[in-house]
Design a protein around this ligand. Structure first.
Ligand code: GLY
Length: 354
């Protein structure tokens, strides 16, 4: 187990990100915690174990588990099994499992220890790092939650082997998003030049990809750990459009990452229309997403606009009642701007510009 990165968040709280050589190395580390732990899996990650650890909760896989019932199940099990405040919750899975484990750890006895083992690319480069925890509420994504960084995040690329193509692409969308937000072009160039190796999940390439992607995320979250200074919010590039699509299609149409890719496309178009984003940059970035197979040309039906608008209006990023969107001013330079509803409607319904 090697330290990959150390992240320092609010009040100097540190998260160590470790890279395990393989599943054996990962098990040896986790086995060291003994019995004062509660494990959270989902129905997919539980299958990776011949025998589950004694104290565990298995959530149904999928977004529908990000709710109060799952939270209550984890907290009830922790209480029934006598998990003490210095005990540890281990989330072993993708974004839903890690979010649920982290939310439960943040409120159990006002905070217990937390280890996250992200098993999807999406979770490795995004959800497990930075302390955001949340459940969906009243049909809206991430409406109730807390900031609670894990003590440690354990990454093992072996867990990516069984990931479906769709799930892998879900994570890759966040990596491409990070490439646009990066202060240098290394990640962008890696995505341009190593497409085949990335899609083949070549170990060395993946390590490079994950490290560069984490560096971008860490650059933003260390400067603005609680998303209160208008810096971390830039990581929401593509998310305002993307979440509205995800929620209005009841999480059924595309995965989270594909919605983010699509949303980033809309943000690039908005920026180009307003003269904020260079057209050539927007076209190149859209092409990069398309090269990995994302449907950047998707448009919602006219009849779906009311529902889409309704979900958009509930977005957390607002100024004077107007929803704010992250737009790109250039490589690594983003800005928050309110957009007229008429323009948003045009962007999500009309034919693509690029
Ligand atoms: N997923 C964006 C953030 O952690 O701020």
């Amino acid at each position: 187990m090697n330290t990959l990165r150390t992240v320092t968040l609010d009040n100097g709280k540190e998260t160590e990100i470790f890279l395990a050589d393989d599943l054996k190395d990962l098990s040896a580390h986790l086995g060291g915690y003994g019995r004062s732990v509660l494990w959270v899996f989902d129905t997919n990650t539980a299958k990776l174990f011949k025998q589950l650890p004694p104290v565990h909760v298995v959530l149904e896989s999928g977004e529908s588990s990000k709710n109060f019932t799952s939270l209550e199940r984890i907290l009830s099990t922790a209480m029934d099994e006598g998990l003490a405040r210095d005990g540890r919750i281990i989330g072993f899975g993708g974004g839903v499992v890690c979010d649920m484990a982290a939310f439960a750890a943040s409120v159990y006895m006002r905070g217990c220890r937390l280890t996250l083992v992200p098993t999807t690319l999406l979770c490795m480069v995004d959800a497990a790092v930075g302390g955001k925890t949340a459940i969906d509420f009243k049909g809206l994504k991430n409406m109730v939650g807390s900031f609670y960084p894990a003590d440690e995040v354990l990454i093992c690329f072996d867990t990516l082997r069984t990931l479906s193509e769709k799930e892998f692409l879900n994570g890759l969308a966040e990596v491409v998003k990070h490439a646009l937000l990066s202060q240098d072009e290394e990640l962008y160039k890696l995505l341009l030049t190593k497409k085949n190796e990335i899609l083949a999940r070549d170990g060395e390439t993946l390590r490079h990809l994950v490290e560069l992607s984490l560096d971008v995320k860490i650059w933003y979250i260390e400067q603005d750990p609680k998303e209160s200074l208008g810096i971390r919010q830039m990581l929401n590039l593509g998310h305002t459009f993307g979440h509205a699509l995800e929620s209005s299609s009841h999480f059924g149409l595309f995965g989270h990452g594909s919605c983010v890719a699509w949303g980033t496309g809309r943000a690039l178009e908005a920026g180009a229309s307003l003269g904020i984003t260079d057209k050539a940059y927007a076209t190149g970035a859209t092409k990069l997403f398309k090269s990995f197979g994302y449907d950047m040309d998707y448009r919602i039906g006219r009849g779906d606009w009311i529902d889409f608008k309704e979900h958009l209006s509930k977005d957390k990023k607002k100024e004077a009642g107007k929803v704010l969107f992250v737009l790109m001013e250039g490589q690594g330079k983003a800005t928050l701007k309110p957009l007229e509803l008429q323009m948003v409607q045009h962007l999500v319904i009309a034919k693509p510009i690029f």
